[in-house]
Ligand binder design. Structure first.
Ligand code: PLP
Length: 440
């Protein structure tokens, strides 16, 4: 019997013993392709020699120094890499240990910004339904995943309200064009600002490409431009959560680059450190930092392990490898191949409703019937079955489900490392296709 609290308390998962490149090896000697990098984390695969060497060098020099007294070289370098060129006006970075912590920092910094600039009446956040921003209480209150929120509703902050996500596959009406659907969503957001009182809103927070809850759902063209315009008009901030979709996963360093807008605060994690160390963070616009600097002169927040030297050294090495090996180009090329192969293999499958994604961030949504888009009975736990069938065939993938019409939907995410080869893409799709066919 294991003494560890696993995700399921009824069964023990296989033990992962080692990892090399795209492969994981379990205690029974099985070799498994890590087809989703966990939850879109392992962007360089496992045991990349440059990252290991950078971590070792940092550990030999300095493992820890408290940020109340010191900064450290690796954190300074990571901030330079991420915002030294001020992408979209983002000029400062704060590093923590996870995506949830990153979202907490984003929410608190946004609130503090308005206190500092003399707008204390701004106390509300608008978020989206069917979103996920983390499991800590603030991030969970921001998130819109009904199932994850439900047990904790009595203890979640009521500073958050939720509007519809941009989810064309299910929510665009048959008689609507893309433009009309985007206009309807913009009107809904505007109405929410009006309902709350526009000058009470701190920020609108959204995932640039929705990850776990809906499965790799990118917004339609024009959606984020409309959102940015509404936030600007009402003086509110735009927070984009790119914990899953960012740092190259979608084919550009930041997913928002493909939307023609930039956020005021961006949350990053997963691909930032590629799983080599727990690290997340926020990238912040000059406007927000100047507000804090001119006011109290400090961010009223902090953690023991913020800007951890070894975590930052690992993330520096991950980012350098992405640049040196021109991996964003590989993400775009291999992403195209993944889309094509998935479409060839599963595009006409009667239980595959939608295949969607960007870069190397793809999901397959499974449905009982394609025409009606009806979801499977949640008791079947279909996405879990796909996961198990895939594992039996030597592929690890990431099953998730949103709440669709109050019921659980099934989608499975594929997010291989940025280093993936054409041959590996073909093997992933072959094993995944076999797993779907065996499961449904
Ligand atoms: N935000 C998004 C979009 C995520 O996908 C996740 C994790 O899946 C989080 C936040 C929370 O990150 P973490 O699990 O590192 O706390």
């Amino acid at each position: 019997m294991s003494h560890l609290v696993h995700r399921s308390l009824r069964s023990d998962p296989p033990i992962a013993v080692s990892g090399r490149g795209i492969y994981l090896y379990d205690a029974e000697g099985r070799e498994v392709i890590d087809g989703s990098g966990g939850a879109a984390v392992a962007c360089l695969g496992h045991a990349h020699p440059k990252v290991l060497a950078a971590m070792k060098a940092q550990m030999e020099k300095l493992c820890y120094a408290h940020t109340a007294l010191f900064s450290c070289e690796s954190a300074e370098r990571l901030a330079d890499i991420m915002v030294g060129h001020a992408p979209g006006g983002l000029t400062h970075a704060y590093f923590c240990s996870s995506g949830s912590e990153g979202n907490e920092a984003a929410l608190k910094m946004a609130r503090q910004y308005f206190l500092e600039i003399g707008q204390p009446q701004r106390t509300r956040f608008i978020a989206r339904r069917q979103s996920y921003h983390g499991n800590t209480l603030g991030a969970l209150a921001a998130g819109g995943n009904a199932m994850r929120r439900k047990p904790y509703l009595p203890i979640l902050s009521d500073a958050f309200s939720h509007v519809s996500p941009c989810y064309a596959y299910r929510d665009r009406r048959d008689d609507e064009s893309d433009e009309q659907y985007v206009a309807r969503l913009a009107a809904e957001l505007e109405a929410e600002f009006q309902r709350l009182g526009p000058d009470t809103v701190i920020a609108f927070i959204a995932e640039t490409v929705v990850g776990a809850t809906l499965g790799c759902v990118a917004a339609l063209p024009g959606y984020f431009k409309a959102v940015r315009e509404i936030c600007d008009r009402h003086g509110a901030l735009l927070i984009l959560d790119e914990v899953m979709s960012g740092v190259g996963r979608c084919g550009t360093l930041h997913a928002w680059e493909q939307e023609g807008i930039a956020p005021d605060i961006q949350v990053v994690a997963k691909g930032l450190g590629g799983g080599y160390q727990p690290i997340g963070g926020i990238l912040v616009s000059g406007r927000v930092i100047e507000g804090l600097a001119a006011g109290s002169g400090a961010f009223m927040h902090g953690h023991t392990y913020q800007a951890h030297p070894v975590a930052c050294a690992a993330a520096v090495a991950v980012q350098e490898v992405i640049r040196e090996e021109n991996l964003l180009e590989n993400v775009r090329r291999m992403g195209k191949r993944l889309e094509e192969r998935l479409t060839e293999r599963l595009g006409n499958h009667r239980h595959v409703g939608d295949i969607r994604g960007r870069g190397l961030f793809w999901a397959v949504e499974l449905v009982r019937d394609r025409a009606g888009k009806e979801v499977f009975d949640p008791a079947l736990k279909l996405n879990e079955r796909v996961k198990m069938e895939a594992y039996a065939r030597g592929l690890a993938c990431y099953p998730m489900g949103g709440t669709i019409d109050g019921r659980r939907g099934d989608h499975v995410i594929l997010a291989p490392p940025y280093t993936v080869t054409a041959g590996q893409i073909d093997t992933i799709v072959e094993r995944f296709g076999d797993a779907v066919e065996a499961a449904v």
